[in-house]
Design a protein around this ligand. Structure first.
Ligand SMILES: *Cc1c(COP(=O)(O)O)cnc(C)c1O
Length: 364
């Protein structure tokens, strides 16, 4: 059996109690199970600070990407056009979805360590009247940059565009006032900051916008509208749902509340992140994203030297109880460390001590 903790951006380290929820086999037709689904849907609206009558939650089978694709292919109709803002691999994945599904789109991309420019987006929206939707990633897990959701939200409101946010790696760990920001579709999944296990994702959506999407979908199984129609009756999923995962997620939500809700979890993640950056910087391991743009979710670090071997480093750290993540950049050599999940200050301190030792003994 492996006994390491995951310092990765999901699946992540979960509590024993969350895992224990999966020891029971549940019936998808049973009222108790359907009640769990409905409770999750309602509680997610509370986490998102949205009025219950104007928004709804749709749960969807699959990993996070399936759910993003479900939104993109249901929300964007034949007559629509989406502006996709990118500065990382997850934004680019949305572009790929648009291409694969033949959606009408335009991409506005900037470098992975930069924010999108308000002036540029404004100009694009002024010049291209066909644009109806804007899609963006909140925390770009590729680098750990936290994108300026306020700025995009203001533009979406001003130009009256439907706003789609991939908040996969931030929701639950960073407070997002979905109603205030006017986000029409917010997407996240079970195995990120709410600290469940992988198997489904969810969309917190403006009810009026969703209702207008009937018949839009380009896929049967990923039809977000049909999924909502069925689920909204009494909590029954269309097609088999990941029952064990759903039960574990309900428990994970309870534990988020017990911790003190999103503000408390944010504070823990933030402290983990500051501590990690600070201690590694002292031994010459620099973060790729400057601290002002850094999310409290995951950090990309530059290799400390030319001779640095990620494979060797990874093996050394893993043998001592922690699993880290390779980098995802093509122009510079990097690795990543996530600090979300059931990870506390003691873990980060221990990890940093392991890394310090590696740098002294092995890399020297
Ligand atoms: C995790 C993640 C996804 C979904 O990835 P899957 O591997 O499909 O779960 C999408 N966007 C972002 C920003 C993510 O962090």
């Amino acid at each position: 059996m492996n006994t390491y903790k995951l310092l990765t951006p999901g699946p992540l380290t979960t509590t024993k109690t969350v895992k224990e929820e999966m020891l029971l086999d549940r019936c998808t037709w049973d009222q108790d199970y359907k009640d769990i689904t409905q409770k999750i849907r309602t509680q997610l609206l509370e986490f998102a600070s949205v009025p219950q009558e104007a928004y709804t939650t749709v749960l969807m089978q699959g990993s996070g990407t399936f759910v993003v694709e479900s939104v993109m292919t249901t929300a964007i109709g034949e007559q629509d056009k989406v502006l996709i803002v990118t500065n990382g691999a997850y934004g680019e994945r949305i572009v790929k979805m648009a291409q694969t599904n033949g959606l009408n789109y335009v991409e506005y991309g900037v470098a992975y360590n930069e924010y999108p420019e308000e002036m540029d987006i404004r100009r694009l929206l002024e010049e291209d009247q066909q644009i109806t939707h804007i899609a963006m990633v909140h925390c770009e897990t590729t680098t750990g940059i936290l994108n300026p959701i306020d700025m995009i939200s203001k533009l979406a409101k001003k130009f009256d565009k439907t706003l789609i946010v991939d908040a996969m790696s931030s929701f639950g760990g960073i407070d997002i006032d979905v109603a205030e920001l006017g986000i029409d579709y917010l997407i996240s999944s079970a195995n990120k900051c709410i600290q469940g296990v992988p198997g489904f994702g969810f969309v917190i959506t403006n009810l009026e916008k969703l209702k207008a999407c009937e018949g839009n979908a380009r896929s049967l199984s990923l039809d977000l509208y049909d999924q909502w129609k069925e689920m909204d009756k009494e909590g029954k999923w269309r097609y088999t749902s990941p029952t064990h995962v759903v039960a574990a997620f309900a428990k994970a939500m309870e534990e988020l509340v017990e911790e003190g809700g999103i503000p408390a979890r944010f504070a823990r993640y933030q402290q983990n992140n500051y501590l990690l950056r600070e201690r590694l910087e002292k031994i010459g391991i620099q973060a790729y994203i400057p601290v002002e743009k850094q999310s409290p979710i995951i950090t990309t670090f530059l290799f400390p030297s030319e001779q640095f071997s990620f494979e060797q480093f990874y093996g050394y750290v893993k043998a001592r109880g922690y699993v880290i993540y390779p980098g995802k950049l093509t122009d510079v050599d990097t690795f990543r460390i996530g600090n979300i999940g059931e990870i506390y200050e003691d873990d980060i301190q221990e990890l940093c001590t392991i890394i310090e030792k590696y740098m002294k003994v092995v890399a020297a």
